[in-house]
Design a protein around this ligand. Structure first.
Ligand code: UTP
Length: 410
């Protein structure tokens, strides 16, 4: 089937009209780009992602967890020592997922290149993460290899940024960039968006892309060569993220778990966080938007929330677990976002509110492939200062205060 036939088959009326109105050069650019798109595969994924996720409440159970501040001194030391052993032997790597669009923050470059005034000086998000790694590097006398996931949209800018900042003096050979996949954006009418340069407008396909992309870009192989056994995967936008907690690592080793996660306590029933639970006897994170209300509000006999372990993108895996996950096809979810596009006359439309769907797989959709997960609850004030929005909740302003409070108490 040729491109025009595909456009007709999938009712892409806006693009068909745009092609009629475009200059020969622009039409050629657009057609060349569209030719590369596997329409059947994309629309199958899109249709799948549109299906409502059905949660069977009877399958939801609590998942065991430990609370870090309640560990007795012997247990704490046991976990700490086990974790330090791995960190000191150079068997630990860190992955930062920095391929997101960062639409809510509205920063013009890659999110990791956003800077804010913390601790009396201006720091980039990448720099904050680097400092956290360096602290451990100094303690263990080794450099933790740092894998950074970019997107096709921000890869070049991210790499140039690191180059321009001399890799923040982190050994260049220990920073490895890899690229995640991207998919077309589509509006509420099912029309694929076209960018102002007459290319199909695409966006990174979610944090869950990390698993396949680590394999496809040769990072899993690289880890194997370096003798890595444990890998931390975290986000780019939490300035209190603890990427090398020996206690979490030691707990995973002690429990013989393939995967582990640091959680924080959900503060109130409607807080917009994903929650850990056991679903059909497998660990799972249910997004706040998909969590049945009765479950979100359910209380224990002690009048506490029954499901309260929030996922904060602070996850650990054995290399074998990552190899396994890299072979799986995770489900896609739909995220409603604000994206500009060309209308049928070729005029750029910049929406003021969300207008389009982004197809995303989530990193936590890898968890149900396992029988268990080691969960360690950390203190919110020590572990969580996210930067999601430009203003208000989870913004640079709130993160700065949390960062300052934590560092003055230390
Ligand atoms: P978010 O889900 O908060 O999304 O990502 P975002 O793209 O950064 O921001 P919004 O929603 O457009 O405002 C959480 C983490 O996952 C990474 C992000 O970079 C961030 O570290 N991520 C997200 C990716 O690496 N790739 C993606 O496709 C999505």
């Amino acid at each position: 089937m040729n491109t025009i036939e595909n456009l007709k088959k999938y009712n892409q009326t806006r693009i068909l009209k745009l092609l009629e109105n475009a200059s020969a050069q622009n039409a050629k650019t657009l057609l060349t780009d569209l030719k590369k798109l596997n329409f059947d595969e994309f629309f199958e994924t899109y249709n799948e992602s549109q299906k409502e996720i059905k949660i069977d409440e009877s399958k939801i159970k609590e998942l065991p967890y430990l609370v870090k501040r309640e560990l007795n001194p012997q247990m704490n030391k046991l976990f700490f020592d086990l974790g330090m052993e791995v960190l000191s032997s150079g068997e630990y790597a860190v992955v930062t997922m920095a391929g997101g669009q960062g639409t809510r923050l509205g920063h013009s470059g890659p999110k990791g290149t956003y800077s804010l005034d913390i601790g009396g000086s201006q720091k980039f998000l990448f720099e904050v993460l680097k400092e956290n790694l360096e602290e451990t590097n100094k303690k263990v006398g080794k450099t933790i290899p740092w894998y950074i996931m970019t997107s096709p949209e921000n890869n070049e800018l991210t790499q140039i940024f690191f180059e321009n900042h001399n890799y923040f003096n982190y050994p260049k050979e220990d920073i490895i960039f890899f690229k995640q996949n991207h998919l077309p954006l589509i509006d509420t009418e099912g029309q694929i968006l076209i960018d102002k340069d007459y290319h199909v407008k695409k966006a990174s396909d979610g944090s869950g892309s990390a698993y396949n992309s680590l394999k496809n870009d040769g990072c899993l192989e690289d880890m194997e060569k370096r003798g890595i056994k444990w890998i931390f995967i975290g986000g780019v936008d939490n300035i209190l993220l603890k990427q090398t907690d020996p206690v979490l690592l030691g707990m995973a080793i002690y429990k013989n778990s393939q995967i582990a996660s640091k959680t924080i306590l959900k503060s109130y029933p409607d807080e917009k966080v994903g929650l850990f639970c056991s679903y059909d006897k497998h660990p799972r994170v249910i997004e706040y938007s998909e969590m049945p209300r009765e479950i979100a509000y359910e209380l224990t006999n002690d009048n506490e929330l029954k499901y309260k372990e929030a996922h904060i993108m602070c996850n650990l895996y054995t290399l074998d677990a990552l190899k396994f996950l890299s072979e799986q096809k995770l489900p896609y979810h739909i995220a409603f976002k604000k994206n500009s596009y060309l209308d049928e006359s070729g005029k750029e439309i910049i929406p003021f509110k969300p207008n389009s769907y982004k197809l995303e797989s989530f990193i936590f959709d890898g968890f149900p492939y396992f029988d268990d997960i080691a969960l360690l609850r950390g203190d919110r004030e020590e572990n969580f200062a996210p930067i999601k929005n430009k203003e208000g909740k989870d913004s640079p302003a709130t993160a700065k205060v949390l960062y300052k409070n934590y560092h003055t108490k230390r």
